[in-house]
Design a protein around this ligand. Structure first.
Ligand SMILES: [Zn+2]
Length: 300
């Protein structure tokens, strides 16, 4: 066999083997656990991932940081996040009722474009009470893109038991809707709210970090209130923080969240994927809990 024949034959046998190698690689990827998949730098595969706390913005464009729904969706897909629930920055930053409505309209368009992978929260602004109350109804319209509410207590400087939030909680309780709340004014006030509105589910953003409460106080609240949850997004947190919460309250109380596009996906996925908790606990956090809470408000 001359060199040329040898090379062409080798190339052919390599080609013939390629599908087998690909199939083996695919099989390997499927059988790899979450830790191994993420360590290999791949998007999650075979895991139902719901990002329960993300954002879009269309005010400042993509000038200094990519913020729009297209970039969020492209990144989510790349990382294996099948479904993302966003609230609009423009809603928190609104300085009039019309701006709040426009922010919600932008969510409708974004979800319209990404029907299978995007849903939104209505922003309830306690300082625009009349508009916020009128906007609440959008959550219960047929085929609503809105699956619950986001309240930013820190931006609005508003505690959970403040009077202007009560119409929203009554509404969420009546319709068994989910509320994501960035805590302001103390977690004990969130506990009072959870008791008062037992049909509503309530998640404290960022594991209720930066609220002045200790982990033990947050853990005690989570144990006390069946409808109370926390989410995982944060720029940082203490060593083995997730493990501590899973051990104390169970993975069932913890929702995966990224805070993208404000934060980046990678570290938010990694801290769940690399945690020393079981594969089943990771699956509950990544998506199982969100499926249980939101039910058929989320697309399959
Ligand atoms: Zn956020």
């Amino acid at each position: 066999m001359n060199r040329r024949d040898f090379l062409s034959q080798s190339a052919l046998s390599a080609l013939a083997l390629a599908p087998i190698a690909r199939a083996q690689a695919a099989q390997g990827a499927k059988s790899q656990n979450i830790f191994e998949q993420v360590r290999a730098g791949r998007g999650l595969e075979g895991v139902d991932v719901v990002d329960s706390h993300a954002h879009i913005e269309n005010i400042s464009g993509n000038l200094f940081w990519p913020l729009d729904a297209d970039i969020l969706m492209a990144d989510s897909r790349r990382c294996g996040i099948g479904l993302t629930i966003v609230s609009p920055f423009a809603g928190f930053m609104a300085t009039s009722g019309d701006q709040l409505k426009a922010a919600h309209d932008a969510c409708v368009s974004a979800v319209g474009k990404y029907k299978n992978s995007l849903r939104a929260y209505l922003v309830f602004q306690p300082h625009f009470l009349k508009t916020s109350i009128a906007e609440m109804e959008r959550a219960v319209e047929p085929n609503s893109p809105f699956v619950g509410f986001k309240l930013h207590g820190a931006i609005d400087q508003y505690p959970a038991d403040g009077p202007n939030y009560q119409p929203l909680f009554e509404f969420a309780n009546e319709h068994r809707l989910h509320v994501l709340y960035h805590v302001f004014g103390g977690v004990e006030r969130v506990g009072l709210t959870a008791v008062k509105y037992p049909q509503m589910t309530l998640a404290m953003a960022h594991m209720a970090f930066w609220t002045g409460a200790t982990a033990e106080e947050v853990i005690a609240l989570l144990k006390e209130h069946p409808n109370l949850y926390v989410d995982t997004c944060s720029s940082t947190w203490p060593y083995r923080y997730l493990e501590k919460f899973v051990r104390a309250v169970g993975a069932e109380k913890i929702l995966f969240a990224t805070d993208c596009t404000y934060l980046a996906h990678g570290p938010q996925i990694a801290k769940v994927a690399f945690a020393q908790i079981s594969e089943d606990e990771k699956r509950l956090i990544f998506g199982g809990n969100a499926r249980r809470i939101f039910g058929n408000r989320l697309p399959a």
